[in-house]
Design a protein around this ligand. Structure first.
Ligand code: ADP
Ligand code: MG
Length: 620
């Protein structure tokens, strides 16, 4: 390899790149071999881009040249050369791409490398700085390149991993990029063809262009993309590797579906449900969407038209033979084929999820915990697809608060003659169980869905019915039968009760719209309900979550005429201070039960007074 010529120009690497190089050069990585994967992946990108350009561009250098990668070695000289016939780089491009462009990935990689200590270099490519992994094995590197644009001159880049790199004119006639690596002494193994062959099989077998080694005429790699490889030939490790490469998600995916179909369209899909609902900090998928290929050519990195929006957490690749090749990315979107592809791909996802729910309920719960919110959103925004989504929904209920139940299971457990699916909305699954609205249902042993997720209220906008069963909020539901009237003797006599109601009205005055007797409370003293015509409770929540101003209609306070506390109160002389305290506390407790109390700690003072009174130490 020649030393840089005098006419060369020197550039300084970006600060974070310097730091990155420093880490790579001085750390001991076990799997240094991945540098080859990175270089081959760059070559493959460059070839892909070339093929894509040629769809529309006629004026191309070496138009007829085979799209391929060639690797040669000189063992004695510890030299490894990787040459592709890809898109190449102009002088400006090489300066920018290999050194001066600011790389957010570099900083992220540095942080991650510090924390993870382990073999982090393995996934360096996913930070968008894969090229620099070359310095794990290189003493020096020369990159020569000739752009596909016939007018551009060849250029050469030289670096040793120090702070600077040199750029000179190069003498290169053919299109593409050639990378010459002078290997470090302890990296001589990478100038061995046999070793290289193994690395290619392990990491780069499915690169879609032939990789020739030495003078061999036959490519080393299989060349099919993983998604085009027959399933039985793929190992779990290859799938795992592919997923990690795609997403830089260190957690294994929850689910995978790999399909090949010929009719009605020629289609390959390899899709994953990630392990977590939130995209990881290091995720390389910067947007939602699937990678769309047409006959192995990447048409769209983030295609959002292949799945409904609520399935946007899916990751993976879709490749169709039937997308017309002479199309731009824009016209692919408009192509009549897209709706059909979307139907098929969506169908595959649903089939896989249904299957999981059936065959591995435990794993399905893990899915539900992470992604249930997306499906609920699907119901809210695609009422038309509710039928498809409903069977995938899971709920906690008052009778099975620890488990997730499907609507089908709820229906299966219904009492004879029950026509309604009941639910309650609230803020958290524990406190909602103590809601006074559940008194009647607890007593009857009727099952009620506990909807305590913010998304639930939105979901309810599109979920009114499951099969022939209507859904109803227990706070508003018409009861199927009036609860058995308690022994009349248990109740407060009517005149006393009316007097008590008056005391409540006077004390609470403007804060409520009415006070009345309830027929359906048993354990609870009181509950708050909405007056006729008010926005239903879930819509109130929707407005609250959306931060919309709306007039909260005043509530009606319903009292339990058989409750011992009220009975005792009815017997007391009216208008004592203690009674006022109790009325206030009953109201506050009801607010609290509804999740509506604006300032619960304000109750502490009053509760102390009540305790003192209970102990007979109240100051009169
Ligand atoms: P990434 O591949 O994620 O963009 P890399 O650090 O691997 O990041 O490569 C940096 C850039 O250098 C590439 O985006 C590309 O523009 C350019 N590059 C690297 N190798 C080649 C090549 N063989 N042919 C053309 N351009 C290349
Ligand atoms: Mg790369």
């Amino acid at each position: 390899m020649t030393e840089p010529t005098v006419s060369s120009e020197s550039f300084s690497f970006k600060a974070e790149t310097k730091q990155l190089l420093n880490i790579l050069i001085h750390s001991l990585y076990k799997e240094r071999e991945v540098f080859l994967r990175e270089l081959l992946s760059n070559a493959s990108d460059a070839l892909n881009r070339m093929r894509f350009e040629m769809l529309t561009e006629q004026n191309v250098l070496d138009k007829e040249a085979e799209l391929r990668i060639r690797i040669t070695v000189d063992k004695e000289a510890r030299l490894l050369i990787i040459q592709d016939s890809g898109i190449g780089m102009t002088r400006a491009e090489i300066i920018e791409n290999l050194g001066t462009i600011a790389q957010s990935g570099a900083r992220k990689f540095i942080e991650a490398a510090k924390e993870q200590k382990s073999d982090f270099a393995q996934v360096i490519g996913q930070f968008g700085v894969g090229f620099y992994s070359i310095f794990m094995v290189a003493e020096s590197v020369r990159v020569s390149s000739r752009s596909f644009r016939p007018e551009a001159a060849a250029v050469s880049w030289y670096a040793t991993g120090e702070d600077n790199f040199e750029v000179t004119a190069a003498d290169m006639a053919e299109r593409g990029t050639k990378i010459e690596i002078k290997l470090k002494e302890d990296a001589a193994e990478f100038a061995d063809e046999y070793r290289l062959k193994n690395i290619i099989h392990k990491h780069s077998d499915y690169i879609g262009f032939p990789i020739y080694l030495g003078a061999e005429e036959k490519p080393v790699n299989k060349q099919t993309s993983l998604w085009r490889t027959a399933r039985p030939e793929i190992t779990e490790e290859q799938y795992a590797d592919f997923y990690r490469q795609l997403t830089l998600d260190f957690e294994a995916p929850l689910l995978r579906t790999h399909n090949v179909s010929d009719a009605p369209v020629q289609l390959y899909t390899l899709l994953f449900v990630p392990g977590k609902g939130e995209r990881g900090m290091f995720s390389v998928r910067k947007e939602d969407g699937l990678k769309l290929y047409s006959r192995n050519i990447l048409i769209d990195e983030y295609n959002k038209d292949l799945l409904p929006e609520y399935l946007r957490f899916m990751q993976g690749v879709v490749d169709s033979e039937d997308l017309p090749l002479n199309v731009s990315r824009e016209t692919v979107q408009a192509s009549g084929l897209m709706p059909l592809l979307k139907r098929i791909v969506t169908g595959q996802v649903f089939k896989e999820l249904e299957n999981l729910a059936k065959t591995d309920p435990e794993k399905y719960q893990a899915f539900w915990t992470e992604f249930g919110g997306y499906l609920k959103q699907g119901i809210a925004s695609n009422a038309a697809e509710a039928d498809k989504i409903q069977p995938l929904l899971r709920f906690r209920t008052n009778l099975h608060p620890e488990n997730w139940s499907a609507l089908e299971e709820y229906v299966g457990r219904m009492a004879e003659g029950q026509k309604t699916i009941y639910y309650i909305v609230g803020d958290d699954p524990k406190s909602v169980l103590r809601s006074p609205h559940l008194d009647y249902f607890h007593k009857q042993g009727t099952e009620v869905l506990l909807l305590t997720d913010a998304m639930d209220s939105f979901m309810l906008m599109g979920l009114h019915q499951y099969k022939e069963f209507e859904l109803q909020n227990v706070a508003q539901a018409e009861l199927p039968e009036q609860p058995q009237t308690e022994n009349e003797a248990e109740k407060i006599p009517e005149t006393d009760f009316n007097a008590l109601v008056e005391r409540f009205k006077q004390t609470l005055s403007e804060r409520i719209s009415d006070v009345r007797a309830s027929t359906r409370l048993s354990q609870s003293v009181a509950r708050l309900v909405d007056p006729e015509g008010a926005l239903n409770p879930e819509m109130q929540r929707v407005y609250k979550y959306l931060g919309k101003d709306f007039e909260v209609s005043k509530k009606i306070l319903e009292l339990n005429p058989s409750h011992p506390i009220l009975k005792t109160m009815a017997g007391l002389a009216p208008a004592s201070e203690l009674q006022t305290l109790i009325i206030e506390q009953i109201y506050d407790s009801a607010l609290l039960a509804e999740g509506l109390h604006p300032d619960p700690s304000s109750m502490v003072q009053r509760i102390q007074q009540l305790m003192a009174a209970a102990l007979g130490t109240a100051k009169e």
